[in-house]
Design a protein around this ligand. Structure first.
Ligand SMILES: [Zn+2]
Length: 306
């Protein structure tokens, strides 16, 4: 019998199964489609109290797709109109994420921003989403957006989050969809961590494929944390998910202890992976009960201020 709380620190949700499947683009290992209703059912069954929605809008991909469909070089006005359209989509998705958390008690809303919106629009959106829509933090994906985490246009947003004690979750490490790791390898976050020493930053996927850099970063900066999503996945029976696990069970324990058990949060990256299956595997890892309590829930409560 488990006596501690479990929180999934990293999920994505989509309005409809169709939109979810489109985002998954053929990756259907978990059999999930990504709707809040489906996720809530899974969380309930697995005994997971909360899940942090790290929803984002792939702004740069959208812009590039639109530009490539244009017959000739767009005028500045056309380009501006396009940017405005994408910024509106980011805002709509943020509103939906917050509304979803309003109707699904287990879901925690993090919003996303992209420098494509411009500095002032990002600042306004962050404040509005916190004050009027209940956003609990920010998700960024520098790999998708091709910006450095310390991008100056994001500084006012980081100042707001730092002042209010709200966290940032960022994609971390290698990402097959965005193979240039220079924006998201752990060392890319050092300037941001140094500039905002009281900002809480969670780097996702333990910094996938740059694991030793994650260890060095954790040693240097007390304000950086990591989630386990997508790198310690389990299958239906709780065994390591074949071909997609970065660690064996023993390696996972050794590595997390090396980073620091107080610095790591359990996460699944639902709907790519299945929170219930990942939890089944995590519970079998050779950690002490005290370590499991920290990694599975207590750390998320403390670090994300839930
Ligand atoms: Zn994710």
């Amino acid at each position: 019998m488990r006596t501690y709380e479990v929180i999934d620190a990293h999920v994505h949700t989509y309005k409809t199964p169709e939109i979810g499947r489109q985002a998954l683009s053929g990756f259907h290992i978990s059999g999930c489609c990504g709707t809040p209703e489906e996720l809530t059912g899974i969380l309930e069954e697995a005994g997971v109290t909360l899940a942090v929605q790290c929803n984002m809008t792939p702004a740069r991909s959208m812009l590039e797709a639109a530009l490539s469909g244009m017959p000739e070089e767009p005028s500045p006005a056309e380009k501006e109109a396009l940017t405005r359209k994408i910024s509106d989509r980011i805002r709509r998705r943020n509103r939906w994420t917050c509304e979803t958390a309003g109707t699904h008690a287990r879901l925690v809303p993090f919003i996303s921003l992209d420098p494509i919106m411009g500095r002032d629009a990002m600042t306004d959106e962050m404040v509005q989403c916190i004050e009027q829509h209940g956003a609990r933090g920010l998700k960024i994906h520098p790999g998708e957006g091709h910006f450095m985490p310390d991008d100056t246009s994001l500084h006012p947003v980081y100042e707001i989050l730092e002042r209010r004690g709200l966290p940032v979750i960022s994609h971390g490490g290698l990402d097959l969809a965005n193979p240039d790791p220079s924006f998201t390898r752990p060392e890319a976050f050092a300037p941001l961590l140094a500039r905002f020493p009281r900002l809480t930053l969670v780097i996702a996927h333990l910094g996938r494929d740059f694991f030793e850099e994650s260890v060095r970063l954790a040693k240097e900066f007390p304000n950086v944390f990591f989630d386990t999503s997508a790198v310690i996945p389990g299958n239906e029976t709780g065994d390591p998910l074949e071909g997609l696990s970065s660690f064996t069970d023993r390696e996972a324990v050794a590595f997390i202890r090396k980073i620091g058990v107080d610095r790591v949060l359990f996460g699944s990256d639902y709907p790519w992976f299945h929170p219930g299956w990942d939890l089944r595997r995590f519970l079998r890892l050779p950690f002490t009960e005290e370590e499991k309590a920290a990694l599975l829930g207590a750390n998320a409560r403390r670090i994300l201020g839930l």
